[in-house]
Design a protein around this ligand. Structure first.
Ligand code: AMP
Length: 300
């Protein structure tokens, strides 16, 4: 489906209307020319193996911009030792077909050596926010995320970047980085896209066998329970957290990493009664698959 523009320029390819770019320099050139023409650039960073959750981000970016760029890059630095980097699912051609169908203009798909030139020693790290929840279980994860997103922002030069609420802590970390480093990129957030039965969509769901897939629903059930308690007037964070935890453990098959009720911007635990929006975040493992999910209580 993709073809090379010329026999010697292998990193610039096109589909009928979508442009595929592999080099940072080429991406920057393209971004600069769009900016010079006054176009608003909307950007969606992904690791590929796209699903409707990713495509929602694309649709959101598209509504808000003139040129939409999606990056596909399985970022090695955000995987810890023993995590699933080697088996992370990939299907570039299928991704391109999906992206073209939702009107994406540019796919930025650099290689690892392009993003991490040999001998590089530079990291971007947000402190504080990153050592709790996901950061406590994946100590090098957010350093990898912020480093790659900073590099991607420099390559794509977007006005706006869309991220998913599915990774709520990531949203808080990226917002903080964008603000602290004065990137001048607006961060837009799309709601969690779920399967019909409530399981949050994730590229990693493909690892689940039939039984695990059924058991994984305990995460969604636990978050629904939290919402029900909150609607019924419950405001004690520890009580909600305990019920969420019990609901997940009832499945028997899930191994819990954490459940938490925290402030959505600081990721700090709610002390005292919940009196504003509260993020209920859960992470658990089933077989060899690690899943996360969340819901916000008291959101307008
Ligand atoms: P990933 O490819 O997993 O790195 O995800 C790329 C972007 O898609 C991130 O901003 C994720 O938060 C977002 N995303 C992943 N799954 C979902 C989902 N089910 N609903 C909404 N956004 C999602």
């Amino acid at each position: 489906m993709t073809r090379s523009l010329s026999c010697c320029v292998t990193w610039v390819e096109t589909t009928d209307r979508m442009h595929i770019i592999r080099s940072i320099e080429e991406m920057q050139r393209e971004a600069n020319s769009h900016r010079a023409a006054g176009a608003v650039i909307g950007f969606v960073p992904t690791m590929g193996f796209l699903h409707e959750g990713h495509l929602d981000l694309l649709r959101l970016a598209r509504r808000r911009s003139d040129v939409t760029v999606c990056s596909i890059f399985v970022n090695p630095t955000q995987f810890g030792e023993g995590e699933d980097l080697a088996r992370y699912p990939r299907d570039f051609d299928r991704d391109c077909r999906l992206l073209e169908a939702v009107g994406c203009d540019i796919v930025f798909a650099p290689g690892v050596e392009e993003m991490y030139p040999e001998g590089d020693t530079t990291w971007v790290q947000v402190e504080g926010l990153t050592n709790v929840l996901e950061g406590a279980f994946r100590p090098t994860h957010f350093r990898g995320v912020t480093t790659v997103v900073a590099k991607l922002f420099h390559a794509v030069r977007p006005h706006l970047a869309a991220f998913g609420q599915k990774d709520a802590q990531q949203v808080a970390v990226i917002r903080r980085m964008t603000r602290d480093l004065r990137f001048g990129v607006e961060i837009a957030v799309a709601p969690i896209r779920r399967e019909k039965d409530g399981l949050a969509m994730s590229s990693r769901n493909t690892y689940l066998d039939k039984d695990e897939r059924k058991e994984a629903l305990a995460l969604y059930r636990s978050l629904q329970t939290a919402q029900r308690l909150f609607s019924g007037g419950e405001r004690r964070p520890e009580f909600i957290q305990r019920v969420v935890e019990e609901e997940i453990l009832r499945s028997g098959a899930m191994k819990l990493d954490y459940t938490a009720v925290v402030h959505p911007d600081s990721m700090q635990p709610y002390e005292g009664a919940i009196d504003g929006p509260a993020l209920v975040a859960v992470a658990a493992r089933i077989g060899s698959t690690r899943l996360i999910d969340n819901t916000v209580l008291g959101e307008e």
